[in-house]
Unconditional design. Sequence first.
Length: 317
Amino acid sequence: MNWRSIRRGRLALIASAALFAAGSASATGEPAAKAPPAADLNGVTVIAPPKPNSLVDPTTQFVRERLPESTFSEQYPRFHDPICVKVQGLPPEFDAFIAKRVVEIATEVHAPVATSERCTPNVHVIFDSRPQALLTDIARRKDILLGFYWNPVGLKRLADFQGPIGAWYVTATRDQFGENRLEKHDPTDYLNPRVGRAGSRLSNGMGAELEHSLILADANKVAGEKIDTIADYIAVLALARWQGLARCNAIPTILNLMAEGCDKAVAPEAATPADLALLTGLYAVDARESGSQQRATIASAIRKADARPSPSPPGNR
């Protein structure tokens, strides 16, 4: 049996695990930064906002903080296999609308998309009124769906549902010979370490891939949101591996919709040019480049999108 047939079997296993989990019933965030010291003037507490660091490019910082690198290859994972979406938990017409929107955005950013309606899902979106109970059951029965963790403490952290919508990712590394290996909890993994090609700062011959995205949404908490807004949010969340989304982001992104500390009145209601540029950059990078090279490419794509002139209001045309 060659590695391609092994890979097809593994994808089917992941998909069946997700379906089992759905039938049986966040991205983990980073700790919030400490607030700067407060100055007390005549009984009035004044908290100075943090000063932006002029030496740090905000787009590069956004990529560094929000897109975690592969545990083993230090690169940014993205889907290699065609994306196939399954949504459940809402009325059928809403499920179909969200699935269609994920595919539309995937196509727009040049991610691979399955053309057959009978494809094996590698993006599962589940709306549930008790997401924590569902997540706990997944952690107990099919922990592979929650992604890589080192020890029980890590699994417990992954199995803690936070916010209205959470995401969990199965990732893999591909070595210079084309062998694909899941990044998962395996105490014996060190016996067969992943080995890349030495001798270059630009590439180690390895690649990082996104195998599966699991999106869980609290049906009660998202009930008041617009369906098209939720669809765009889920699409951006599903097409890349994210972290630290509990905090508000400095650049305009639909991910601010669910983040703490963001002004909901001005939060985007659709995927922004920055969101689409980031995803386009992610799917355009050389899979074998180093993580630092990939990060530079993705950040450059966001900056180019920000530099494009905004459409003129109708009255100014």
